[in-house]
Design a protein around this ligand. Structure first.
Ligand SMILES: Nc1ncnc2c1ncn2[C@@H]1O[C@H](COP(=O)(O)OP(=O)(O)OP(=O)(O)O)[C@@H](O)[C@H]1O
Length: 298
């Protein structure tokens, strides 16, 4: 059975009469990178804060590492980056981590290891005042890694970073995932989540619309066909495959079949004297799925 490091049931937070988080059931499995996805104001931060015991739920329950949120034993096994990390600008990255390591009761050796993990070793002895925002953010992840946590919680880790900084952070999270770490990250960037996460929870207006693997969410995909004459192509495909699987859209036809059948489709169209201009397998992006789930309201 898959071990759940985070499990919530009907977790809810009201601010006044408005539910910022509305009866959500999150499940984060050990070893996965979980993307908590939603537009600004969807309730991600509030939900993450409830998991950490920083915000008291109005209703529902949460278990984190098998314990209630805020439990000191659970907190000791969680690494978190929930806002821009505070650093002493006059200290080097290494010395900043040393201070934190001492505070957290982590051995000094953890510092070099954490610096390595976030690829800051080269700049570790420079004052953090000279660091870019991206480097400071990576230092924040290094700080979260000092205690070898079982679960890393990162709230919008790429927020405010330039494209290069975002790419570095994505690569870092991807690497952490590849090492078998469990990461729960929030993001409003679909492309980002699609690249680095195993599973996704889609949040909108406090409600969890979907929770599934990225693969599942992207769904089956379809074969996109541009052919001439298109009417003739459609008639042939309607007849050869189930008409319900054929969907015209602008200049294209979309055919819901397995990608392996592409060659056969091509053959049949060509045999019927139809010119095939494009035959391509196409998966919907998370963005399109999100749009569909939210009824286009985002
Ligand atoms: N302390 C608070 N008091 C009142 N309303 C709040 C409080 N904290 C959050 N909210 C409201 O709850 C909703 C969800 O906010 P939250 O910060 O959790 O969203 P989010 O998805 O993390 O968005 P963002 O990415 O902008 O932080 C918002 O409408 C916000 O205004």
């Amino acid at each position: 059975m898959t071990e759940l490091l985070v499990e919530t049931t009907d977790l809810t937070k009201y601010y006044g009469s408005r539910a910022a988080v509305d009866h959500i059931g999150l499940q984060v499995r050990r070893g996965e990178v979980y993307g908590f996805l939603g537009p600004n104001g969807a309730g991600k931060t509030t939900a993450l804060r409830m998991l950490l015991g920083l915000v008291q739920p109005s209703e529902g329950t949460a278990r984190v590492l098998g314990r209630r949120p805020g439990d000191p034993v659970a907190l000791a096994s969680i690494g978190m980056l929930v806002e821009a990390p505070a650093v002493y600008p006059y200290l080097s990255g290494r010395d900043n981590l040393r201070v934190l390591a001492r505070y957290a009761g982590a051995p000094d050796s953890a510092v070099a290891k954490a610096l390595d993990a976030v690829e800051l070793t080269d700049r570790a002895d420079d004052r953090t005042a000279s660091y870019s925002l991206g480097m400071r953010q990576r230092l924040g992840v290094a700080a979260a890694l000092l205690t070898e946590p079982e679960l890393l919680i990162l709230d919008e880790p790429t927020n405010g970073l330039d494209p290069a900084g975002m790419a570095d952070m994505r690569e870092l999270i991807w690497r952490l995932g590849a090492q078998g770490r469990t990461v729960l990250l929030s993001s409003h960037l679909l492309g980002e989540v699609q690249q680095i996460c195993d599973r996704v929870g889609v949040l909108a207006e406090g409600r969890l619309l979907r929770q599934a693997s990225v693969r599942e969410l992207r769904g089956q995909g379809a074969l996109r066909i541009v052919a001439d004459p298109i009417d003739q192509a459609r008639a042939l495909l309607d007849q050869r495959f189930d008409a319900r699987r054929v969907r015209p859209d602008g200049e294209s036809l979309y055919l819901d079949i397995a990608p392996e059948l592409a060659a056969e489709v091509n053959r049949e169209l060509v045999r019927a004297g139809i010119a095939v201009h494009t035959l391509a397998w196409r998966e919907p992006s998370l963005e399109e799925i999100f749009f569909e789930l939210t009824g286009g309201s985002q």
